[in-house]
Design a protein around this ligand. Structure first.
Ligand code: NAP
Length: 345
């Protein structure tokens, strides 16, 4: 199959540079994003604008989605005007979002019924990997199945791992995320200990990098933490979402993930006090004096306020007004909460 038209839905931190690489590779690219401004730079480079996911997919051989939350994925694929119904017969629908394994399976199955191909393909490598076009892809399909769309994937990735079945990519990505979350807590602990011990935290990072105490997170993000650079990169609220998905899966499997539980508590706290849209490296602010947190824009008085207003703690990205029907995939539901989740009873 000769692939010419590619649609990209979600042109945020990751989706925009990915779409840019597709333009560079010569594909005819159509983009849609909830906020049009985030796509303007791509439009200036020759991408076409579409007002809806359905319009973006209308002519597309391949549709890539890179939205925020499982709820967004569900809207884009499974709503009345979603891709499952509106994309062309035979089109490839590839979800790059970090999302729920069960939702990925549901989308795969629904696409098959409609004579379309869908697979999950979360990524790792961060904003820099997206900008450089060197992302690692974690694919919920076999190498053979994915072969027809390889030229599209190769435009923005340098490594691809195949997990052979629908949802397999998301399941593997969540494993990566729990490890990342604990690495982040590890380096945040180390920097706090160094600072309180009166030793140079930068030199401690060098020691960690020279030995086995370092990690990708401490190498790339700890210097930003030390410099007070909390710009995202990778949003803290997205890592909270990922850890919540992993914890939900661990409940289903009846296993305990103590590292992920600790990390969830900390990232949830950071998000509650106003750090959700900061980069994950803002985690280290939790270890600092209140004045430093205030200077960075955090507000400790917000802690647990959400719980008082609404006993249902949700990280799906929706407002939950009265009568709101929730389609979340990443949390427990209170007893009177109407649930349409795909990944738990
Ligand atoms: P982001 O900057 O928030 O981008 C998400 C984009 O999706 C936003 O531009 C958002 O539009 C758009 N969007 C959401 N729902 C939509 C919908 N229903 N229709 C149209 N557009 C919609 O986040 P990101 O950093 O690119 O991350 C995207 C996903 O990749 C997340 O699942 C994240 O966990 C994962 N991820 C991120 C990184 C990273 O380093 N950033 C690395 C690996 C994986 P608006 O902003 O206009 O609402």
């Amino acid at each position: 199959m000769q692939i010419k038209n590619v649609a990209v839905i979600g042109t945020g931190i990751m989706g925009a540079p990915i779409a840019g690489h597709l333009l560079d590779a010569g594909f005819d690219v159509t983009v849609h994003n909830r906020t049009r401004e985030k796509a303007e730079a791509l439009l200036a480079r020759g991408a076409h604008w579409a007002d809806t996911p359905a319009e973006a997919a209308a002519q597309a051989d391949v549709v890539l989605t890179m939205v925020g939350y499982p709820t967004d994925v569900e809207d884009v694929y499974l709503s009345t005007e979603g891709l499952i119904r509106t994309a062309r017969k035979g089109a490839w629908l590839i979800d790059l979002t970090t999302s729920s394994p069960q939702l990925a399976r549901d989308i795969h199955d629904a696409a098959e019924v409609e004579d379309k191909h869908a697979f999950d393909c979360p990524v790792t490598g961060g904003e820099q990997g997206a900008v450089d076009g060197t992302l690692t892809l974690i694919i919920g399909a076999t190498e053979e199945q994915v072969a027809p769309v390889l030229p599209v994937l190769e435009a923005f990735s340098s490594r691809r791992f195949y997990f052979d079945r629908p949802g397999g990519g998301q399941a593997a990505k969540l494993c990566n995320q729990v490890s990342l979350a604990s690495c982040m807590v590890g380096y945040a602990d180390a920097l706090a200990l160094a600072q309180q011990s009166g030793i140079d935290p930068e030199r401690v990072l060098e020691v960690m990098a020279a030995g086995t105490g370092g990690s990708g997170a401490s190498r790339t993000l700890a210097p930003k933490s030390l410099a007070g650079d909390y710009k995202p990169g990778f949003l803290a609220e997205h890592l909270r979402k990922d850890i919540a998905l992993a914890l939900q899966r661990s409940e289903e499997l009846e296993i305990t993930l103590p590292g992920a539980e600790t990390a969830f508590t900390l990232f949830d706290m950071l998000c509650q006090i106003g750090g959700g849209r900061m980069g994950t490296q803002a985690l280290t602010l939790l270890y600092q004096e209140e004045a430093a947190c205030v200077a960075a824009g955090l507000d400790w008085s917000l802690l647990d306020q959400g719980d008082e207003e609404d006993a249902h703690e949700c990280h799906c990205g929706h407002d939950h007004g009265e009568g709101h029907e929730c389609h979340c995939h990443d949390h427990d539901h209170g007893h009177d909460h109407e649930c349409h989740c795909h990944d738990h009873e």
